[in-house]
Design a binder for this molecule. Structure first.
Ligand code: XMP
Length: 512
């Protein structure tokens, strides 16, 4: 086990992720509670994260002294290097040596940290992000690599097995970083590397049991991967103490609601309340054209319907959510405890406060691809696990200019044909998200010998890593032509198809 002490870097979770990828279990604790966590956990090694503070300021955070006296390896990253130096008798200088972004370091000495990765005298790309820098080393340390802006880019006290780097090995812009971290946890710390998603599953179940005891838990299913994985995991842990509530707002894609219900009821045998609230949602949305009002209406109704169902079930003290790490920016506040900010798009963000229930969030530490891996581990069907992201407000925001049941029907059919063609062409997994949009515009066409006056359907497909930026997918024209022809022939109400070639920015992925 590895203990990661968080000094508030935006990328601390990536350290944990790299350690997991090396097959080693790790836990992140904020620096304020590091001392007790260290004594409880008895880790085989400690990693100190980066952070926004400056060791030259009064009251800036430090790692507990005990970690340096325990005879275990310690790795400091960025601020972690600086605090390590400040604590062990070196010196750190503030400002004026800022290095942000790509930098090159030169390896000066052989070290187990570089074993099999970097040789003496070679230069390598790393990612830097620091204002302060170390100017004098504590006793016992030697410089093992330098960069132009950081003469102490990597340092080591091999006897005590203390290592520190000014750059960020956890980010992908340090191409060899993952291998350096692997060297630290395997070679230096001696961890076996046999931790897997199967171990995560067992650990997570134990944590859920410990948190929940014999209490009752309710979990909202959205039809997406995250809430499904959370629900299946929790059900494995506590069985029928869990009840799932699926608020069906009537804005799902073709057959999707049925699939969710059948998967949970028939395949997993998990208690599920299926609330068919389509009329409530669609009646409230009818005639509404403002996208933000649509979102707010859907969010508010969702909470109301969910709350009413939860009351009927009665007696639940816990609310389970499939929150992932990217949904949570956990920043360490230097005055109080860690504070949590939820990113936007969290449609049901108000639910926990409103219902005054404790949260069960077993996926909080995971990234999307790790949740998918866990989903596979739990036996969720591949088609479910690999699904494109789908927005909480569903088709309502893919039907600009006011929704009606008839328009939703048309959109659902066009979308199903489009996705079918994408799957047939083997393109589904190469695309981050693909969907049809029904425009509130009718145009003239000719079919057979008759004039038509029907809706325009826009097709969208993007590639993306995280949904923050995106490029439109570059289909070949044959594919587009095939999809368009099928949609126009098979869907009554559409006589024209266009393809959206906007990237994000300046566009967004959804049209509303
Ligand atoms: P945009 O359109 O902002 O979308 O580029 C980025 C990602 O977020 C999804 N999205 C939403 N998800 N509620 C959600 O749960 C929303 O209101 C919402 N709006 C957009 C979108 O599908 C894409 O994956």
């Amino acid at each position: 086990r590895i203990l990661i002490i968080d000094f508030g870097s935006q990328v601390t979770q990536l350290i944990a992720r790299r350690v997991r990828e090396a097959g080693v279990y790790s836990e992140i604790v904020p620096f304020q509670s590091a001392e007790s966590a260290f004594h409880d956990m008895k880790p085989k090694a400690v990693i100190l994260s980066g952070g926004p503070a400056s060791t030259t300021e009064m009251g800036s955070p430090r790692a507990p002294k005990a970690i340096y006296d325990a005879g275990i390896p310690v790795l400091g990253i960025c601020y972690g290097e600086q605090t390590m130096c400040a604590e062990l008798g070196g010196a750190v200088e503030a400002g004026n040596h800022r290095e942000f972004g790509r930098a090159y370091i030169e390896v000066k000495e052989k070290s187990p940290l570089f074993e099999g990765v970097w040789d003496i005298g070679t230069r390598h790309q790393v990612w830097m992000s620091h204002g302060d820098r170390v100017t004098a080393l504590p006793e016992g340390f030697r410089v093992i690599a330098t960069s132009e802006g950081a003469p102490f880019a990597a340092i080591a006290d091999e006897a005590r097995r203390f290592y520190a780097v000014q750059f960020h090995p956890e980010v992908v812009h340090t191409p060899d970083g993952a291998r350096l971290l692997r060297n630290f946890v395997h070679g230096i710390a001696g961890c076996a590397g046999d931790w897997t998603m199967a171990s995560f599953r067992e650990d997570a179940k134990a944590r859920i049991r410990a948190q929940v005891g014999d209490g009752k838990v309710i979990c909202g299913l959205s039809g997406g991967v995250d809430s499904a994985v959370a629900a299946v995991l929790i059900h494995e842990a506590i069985g029928d103490q869990l009840t799932c509530i699926f608020v069906d707002h009537g804005l799902m894609r073709m057959n999707e609601a049925e699939q969710v219900v059948s998967l949970f009821r028939n395949h997993y045998n998990i208690p599920l309340v299926h609330v068919d609230a389509a009329d409530t949602f669609i009646d409230a949305l009818e005639g509404e054209t403002d996208p933000e009002v649509k979102r707010k209406t859907i969010g508010r109704l969702f909470i109301e319907v969910f709350e009413a169902e939860a009351k009927k079930i009665g007696g639940a003290q816990f609310l389970a959510q499939g929150t992932l790490y990217p949904d949570v920016i956990e920043s360490v506040s230097f005055t109080g405890g860690p504070s949590v900010t939820i990113k936007s798009h969290h449609n049901v963000g108000g639910l926990p406060e409103r219902m005054n229930m404790a949260l069960v969030e077993p996926l909080r530490e995971l990234f999307k691809d790790e949740v998918r891996a866990l989903g596979r581990e739990l036996g969720l069907p591949e088609a479910f696990v690999g699904r494109h992201p789908f927005p909480g407000p569903g088709l309502a925001i893919r039907c600009p200019g006011g929704i009606t049941r008839a328009k939703l029907d048309i959109l659902r059919q066009a979308d199903a044909i489009y996705l079918d063609e994408i799957r047939k062409a083997g393109l589904y997994d190469a695309i981050w998200q693909a969907f049809a949009v029904l425009l509130p515009v009718q145009t003239v066409g000719v079919m057979g010998d008759g004039r038509t006056y029907e809706y325009v359907c826009a097709l969208r497909a993007v590639t993306s890593i995280d949904g923050m930026t995106a490029d439109f997918y570059h289909y070949d024209m044959e594919f587009l032509s095939r999809a368009a022809t099928r949609i126009i022939n098979e869907v009554k109400g559409i006589n024209r198809v266009v393809y959206d070639v906007t990237s994000k920015p300046p566009g967004t992925i959804e049209w509303e």
